[in-house]
Design a protein around this ligand. Structure first.
Ligand code: MN
Length: 753
């Protein structure tokens, strides 16, 4: 580089710095130019000799980020300094301590936060991604300025993305679309959000972008001419009202047009709202801003007819990110719908610069803003991270993307909830307890199921029942992060209980079969056989009743094939290998065992078929087992075997008292005989649902309905349905079909009657 070129380059840098100071001078912030100048010179020296891919000296990047920070986000000197210094620790030999010594703790801690989340939020591995993302949230909840500067950094990188190699362009654009644009949206930075989305779209779909951009350019003249004609009568009217105002036209971005085309599945030509008109006025001090917005609305609709369903009042209830405005859609001169946004200058600043402006106006007020509340929520989520960082990311993203609707409590209190939220989400939002016992809701005084999707303006009353508990399928009925994490926490607690229960049962079984000494070996083998890794997982299976502990003594037998179950079934089905003959009498059994080695004690088993019913075995009358149920047999004094369900309380007693008389049992039924089974259905008390239930059963299954008994409780009904079925497989199918009925909250087989 020649001397001359170096001088020119230096002039360019100084010029950019002057522009930064000018931007700063135009703000209402205290003018602390000294520290900003110091930060600039320090960063310039630190990055000296380094260039960006574009060929520019590196310092041009921090300068550009600092300008975005002040001009487009509206932050002050601390943030400007941090922006100027944001890549120093990451890219040079200076440390956070150096920054702290020179510029103080505050600036140093912001730079530190920025350094921690430097590089991509998305690493190579999913878990790494999530961890980086968590870091990002953590720094954000510590000082929101970190994330604001990070967004400015990203915006400048997106503006200069053309200099990156293609694969990097994809990665950066994808990440921007995935996380930075939604974050900008959540923080109320609308222009930045839409620029980020638009630039991402440009690099991800270059051809589509070029095509739409050309179409818009061709359309632009016509749109602007239309706007002039549309605006003229509004201008005259507002002048008559003596308002200071600006009337601007905003053309939709390429990305938002494309989004509309794809979500509504319409061609470019059918998009009517390419243009949005904004009225920004200086309010009169004598009247509330809200009243004046409605006055202007009234003036506007005297000229153009409003669309009856397209009024959005973000003034009475601002968006969670602080956005306020009155949106109205009116019919323009040639029958074209036009959206008009009415805002005061203050509202406009909040809309453009988001949170920073919001804070400026909120200064001195003590009540917590929606944004503070949101940040607090993030902190809470971070305090109880999900077991897997990936789940956490999903949960958080739910929170980020949602736009809100307003709904009312029965007392008329207004609540904000994510669009698409269900009655169950609402219950969880009000209180975890309310969510966990929720059985349905009344929306606008009508009964609806848990899964009902709420609409803006709904009045929602939650119905609960103490006997209700969270069900696994609820995960399908919720959309909000809060409900999701509460539900998961509930199941984790339940799981811990089941594990404890499993440990107790396992301990008892060890004692019963005198295996306490061999506990480690038993556990080790059982892990293999059930193909689980952790003893905890095994205890969970036991706690759930998925492991037949009566088979525990078998586990120490030396003969092992790859799977315990395989071995077990093989021994039952292989006639030569059969340890006891079908329906053996006890006497025969004893003979056989007598000849065997003592530790190879044969297990007693009965095969249940239609043929030997009443001859060799009977069904217990208390628990009514049916083919497919896990069952065991108990040999009565007369030699007849009674078949109980494994979980039958009676069977537990027999097992512990008369272990030697217990038979294991396998089903060998061929659907020749039906059994009575009971299904319990619960749901919202809605006329017609019983008809639906009966329809589903009679249309799809050839079963006889024996009895149907229905009672209502607190607006829900509980139906007990007795039907004749062949086996559990058939019941399972019926239950599956019934669960598809929307009005039903739960469908379960009753096993203990
Ligand atoms: Mn940077």
């Amino acid at each position: 580089m020649t001397e001359q070129e170096l001088i020119l380059e230096n002039e360019m840098i100084e010029h950019e710095f002057q522009a930064l100071l000018d931007d700063y001078a135009h703000t209402a912030h205290r003018q602390r130019t000294e520290i900003i100048t110091k930060a600039f010179h320090f960063a310039k020296k630190a990055h000296a000799g380094i260039r960006r891919r574009s060929g520019e000296p590196y310092i041009m990047h921090p300068l550009a980020v600092a300008r975005i920070v002040v001009k487009e986000i509206g932050l002050g000197s601390t943030s400007i300094c941090a922006a100027l210094l944001h890549d120093v620790v990451e890219d040079t030999d200076y440390t956070t301590e150096d920054i702290a010594n020179l510029f103080g703790e505050k600036i140093a801690s912001i730079v530190d936060g920025l350094t921690k989340i430097s590089g991509g939020v998305f690493g190579k591995h999913a878990s790494e991604q999530a961890e980086n993302f968590r870091k990002l949230l953590l720094t954000m909840s510590e000082d929101i300025r970190v994330i604001l500067i990070k967004i400015a950094d990203r915006l400048h990188n997106m503006r200069t993305l053309e200099f990156q190699p293609i694969e990097k362009q994809y990665k950066i654009a994808g990440e921007t679309q995935y996380i930075y644009a939604p974050l900008a949206h959540r923080l109320g930075l609308f222009p930045i959000k839409s620029e980020l989305e638009n630039l991402s779209f440009k690099y991800e779909h270059p051809e589509k972008y070029a095509e739409l951009e050309a179409k818009m350019a061709a359309n632009k003249e016509r749109q602007l001419a239309f706007f002039e004609e549309f605006a003229e009568p509004i201008r005259r009217k507002l002048e008559l009202l003596d308002y200071q105002f600006t009337l601007t036209a905003r053309l939709k971005s390429v990305y938002s047009i494309w989004k509309k085309m794809t979500t509504k599945n319409i061609p470019f030509e059918d998009i009517y709202d390419l243009l949005a008109v904004r009225i920004i006025f200086e309010p009169n001090m004598m009247m509330s801003e809200k009243d004046q917005c409605w006055m202007i609305y009234s003036a506007l609709t005297e000229i153009y007819k409003p669309h009856p369903e397209r009024i959005r009042d973000w003034i009475s209830t601002p968006k969670a990110n602080g956005y306020e405005a009155l949106h109205v859609t009116v019919m323009g001169q040639d029958g074209q719908w036009v959206e008009v946004q009415i805002r005061t200058t203050r509202m406009d600043e909040v809309a453009e610069k988001g949170l920073a402006a919001h804070w400026k106006y909120k200064l001195g007020e003590t009540d917590e803003s929606e944004l503070d509340r949101w940040l607090r929520q993030i902190k809470e989520l971070l305090k109880n991270p999900e077991p897997s960082a990936i789940d956490f990311l999903d949960t958080f993203k739910l929170n980020l993307f949602a736009s809100e609707i307003f709904v009312f409590t029965p007392k008329g209190e207004i609540k904000t909830i994510a669009q698409g939220a269900t009655a169950l989400d609402f219950a969880y939002m009000m209180h975890t307890q309310l969510g966990e016992h929720c059985i349905g809701a009344k929306v606008n005084h009508k009964l609806v199921p848990l899964s009902h999707v709420l609409q803006g303006g709904d009045q929602v009353e939650i119905l609960t029942s103490q006997s209700q508990t969270p069900q696994p399928e609820w995960i399908n009925y919720i959309t909000t992060a809060k409900a999701k994490s509460s539900l998961q926490a509930f199941f984790r607690r339940e799981e811990r209980k089941l594990i404890a229960e499993g440990e107790i049962r396992f301990g008892q079984a060890l004692q019963e079969y005198n295996l306490t000494e061999q506990e480690d070996t038993v556990i080790h083998r059982m892990l293999n056989r059930h193909q689980v890794q952790q003893p905890q997982q095994l205890m969970l299976l036991i706690g759930k009743g998925d492991v037949d502990l009566t088979k525990l003594p078998e586990i120490l037998k030396p003969k092992q094939t790859s799977s315990w179950w395989k071995a077990f079934w093989k021994s039952n089905n292989d006639a030569e290998n059969q340890e006891t003959a079908i329906g053996n009498t006890p006497a025969k059994e004893e003979q056989k065992t007598a000849t065997a080695e003592p530790q190879k004690k044969k297990r007693k088993q009965i095969i249940l078929s239609e043929d030997n019913l009443h001859k060799e075995y009977e069904f217990a009358t208390g628990c009514n087992p049916i083919p497919g149920d896990d069952v065991l047999g108990y040999q009565e004094d007369n030699g007849m075997i009674t078949i109980h369900k494994v979980e039958c309380p009676e069977a537990y007693k027999l097992k512990s008292k008369y272990g030697k008389r217990i038979y294991s049992a396998v089903w060998n039924y061929h659907r020749r005989q039906t059994f009575l089974a009971t299904i319990e259905i619960k749901g919202i008390d809605k006329v017609g649902v019983i008809i639906k239930v009966l329809n589903v059963i009679s249309k799809n299954f050839e079963v006889n309905i024996h009895d149907l008994h229905v009672r209502a409780e607190d607006g829900i009904f509980i139906g007990v349905l007795q039907i004749f079925v062949y086996d559990t497989a058939e019941i399972d199918e019926i239950i599956k079909a019934l669960r598809k009925i929307q009005e039903l909250n739960s469908v379960n087989r009753l096993t203990h009657i």
